[in-house]
Design a protein around this ligand. Structure first.
Ligand code: ZN
Ligand code: ZN
Ligand code: ZN
Ligand code: ZN
Length: 239
């Protein structure tokens, strides 16, 4: 269950992870976010847990496999193990002060991989913010997913955004066969420098999905530590 990786060792390590581990990892992250939002909302505005149950159904569907039960059990063990080792599942920071309770605070205020949705204030992974705005957010009716870049575009930005695509066709070019991924906070393409890593991925490898998920997690981590619109990395840097 060693998940700490330096960027140098990353390419070797992520190939060794099993398909299941990636599913367990994603499921565990999903549960942690649900928990922190649930405790946040019950304190802020009474019990709205039914909202979270429905809003997360889509995401949970990926877990409907025959080994679902073992994934659920394992993801609980996985989190327990991370807590015991004082590691944040999102940013992978190891901090002796981290435990079940303090991690909650870390998720809510500090973790650079998580953001408060700028519309509804719920906590979401930075990598899921576009999806959240279009599908789960209280204000989702204001947004539509751009077919070209997958960003959530608000009603009054649509024309300007379309113009951006028309004038910057080179930005939409595939990166070694993979679609550019943009950050909802700064609109920057986060995977443009990863062509060489994409080349190493083998679509016929049984661990392909796992490897792709791990690579995407790594790209998001690199980006969010530097994203100019991520308030949380600014907090961290000034400490
Ligand atoms: Zn963190
Ligand atoms: Zn929202
Ligand atoms: Zn777009
Ligand atoms: Zn960004």
């Amino acid at each position: 269950m060693e998940i700490i990786r330096s960027s140098e060792s990353f390419t070797q390590d992520y190939e060794e992870l099993s398909e299941d581990l990636s599913q367990i990892h994603e499921k565990a992250k999903h549960d942690e976010i649900n928990n922190v939002n649930r405790s946040f909302s019950s304190r802020m505005m009474g019990d709205t847990s039914s909202y979270f149950e429905t809003s997360t159904t889509n995401r949970s569907k990926i877990m409907e496999t025959e080994n679902e039960v073992s994934i659920i059990e394992n993801s609980e063990l996985y989190i327990e193990n991370l807590n015991k080792n004082h590691i944040c599942i999102f940013c992978e920071e190891k901090n002796e002060k981290f435990n079940e309770n303090t991690l909650d605070q870390h998720y809510r205020n500090e973790c650079p991989m998580l953001v408060n949705c700028y519309r509804c204030q719920l906590i979401v992974e930075a990598s899921s913010l576009s999806y959240h705005l279009c599908n789960d957010c209280e204000f989702k009716s204001d947004y539509r997913k751009c077919n070209k870049c997958d960003l959530a575009i608000s009603r009054n930005e649509r024309i300007k955004h379309q113009r951006y695509h028309n004038n910057n066709k080179q930005d939409d070019a595939l990166i070694n066969g993979y679609k550019p991924i943009r950050c909802q906070l700064c609109n920057k393409i986060i995977n443009s420098k990863y062509g060489i890593y994409y080349k190493k991925l083998d679509k016929n490898d049984k661990n392909y999905n796992n490897n792709l998920t791990m690579l995407e997690n790594k790209m998001w981590k690199d980006h969010m530590l530097n994203c100019k619109n991520n308030e949380r990395n600014k907090i961290k840097r000034s400490v």
